[in-house]
Every structure is written in C-alpha cells, then in structure tokens.
Design a protein around this ligand. Sequence first.
Ligand code: SIN
Ligand code: MN
Length: 207
Amino acid sequence: MVRDFQFPDGFRLLPEYFDRAAQKILLQCVREGVKAAPLYRPVMPRTGQPLSVRMSNFGPLGWITSKEGYRYGPTHPVTDQPWPPLPERLGTLWADIADWPCGPDACLINFYDMNARLGLHVDAGENAANAPIISISLGDQALYRLGGPNRRDPTRSMRLSSGDVVVLGGDARHCYHGVDRIFPGTSQLLPKGGRINLTMRVVGRTL
Ligand code: SIN
Ligand code: MN
C-alpha cells in the first residue's frame, strides 16, 4: 500500500521571507563570517568520507563532524578560533518567528556547489531536542525533501528558493529531511552560483 505524505505539525515554509535587499545583507554577513571562519569540507564519522557540502558556523557553538563523530564545539576545527557571533538579523528572525523562550546558540552555515547534496537525516544532537530549527536559503534553488520520524516514512519534495525560511518545530523537529540537488543558474544572488543554507538551533548546553 502506498502511504500518503502528510505534512508534520510544526513544519512551516515562509516563501521569500527575505526580499532581495535583505538577502544581500545576509550574504554580506556570511561573507564576513567565512572570512573569520573559512568554509571547510567536513568528513563523515568513522569512514572519513568527505561531505559534498562545505561548512562553517556562527555563534557560541558550531556543529562539527569528523572521523571521531558529530558534535558541537566552540571553535573551528581547522583554525581553532572561536566561531564568529550570530549576525543580528538572524537573531531578530529567531525572535520574530521561533516562539521559543531562548535564543539559538548555534548556526550552521552550509555551502552547496552545483553538485552538492545532503542525505536524509534528523537533527538529533541537541539537548534542547524540542526547540525549533529555523533555516534560511540563499542563492540557487534546492530540491528539499521532508519525511517523517522514521527513515522509511513517505517523503515530499519541494523547491526552496533564495530568501525562503523553513521552520522545523513541533513534530517536524524530529522528522527526516535532506537536500537531493541544487538547480544551478536559478538565482543571481551569488555571482558564481551555489546555495547557502543557514540553520539556527538551540543546543542547550553550557560549556
Ligand atoms: C540541514 O538540514 O542541515 C540543511 C538543510 C538545507 O540545506 O536546507
Ligand atoms: Mn538538518
């Protein structure tokens, strides 16, 4: 029997929440951030296989993956420097839409070139397991896939465009999601193409 996809409670897509001018400001924030904390190519736990997505972080804690495993840490794994602070505009976005009593302490910066993808996964490394996750897309469109709490649940694919905001709150917070592909040439925001995704989370751990 083919089971239908039902959007999980707490999933919100806010199309073009950021207009072009705001996208440019956010892009500038990312450029400054990655000057201080350069994008690096992380590797999968155990296998050491490189991810196709390049990463960096804003905020007191950054999400890191290496041969040793997944974790949050206060410093960049290559430069050993603290992550740059969360840009104010992202903090305001959180305050405006998160409906959560505290702010994010981590913001992952994902950079996808035209061949990058991100396999289906659940964000599960946070102590604040029920705090929403808020993510922003900039640049080329992505084919985003949302599933259910189990890997084999039915999924629904949708295109995310520059300026879109996705909220994974409530039940959606525990659902599988990933990026199957990037559509090159679908945005002029990044002069050389590609997609940036900024993902804010509450880790909920004091160092
Ligand atoms: C993520 O789940 O970490 C990123 C999702 C996205 O790139 O839209
Ligand atoms: Mn995720």
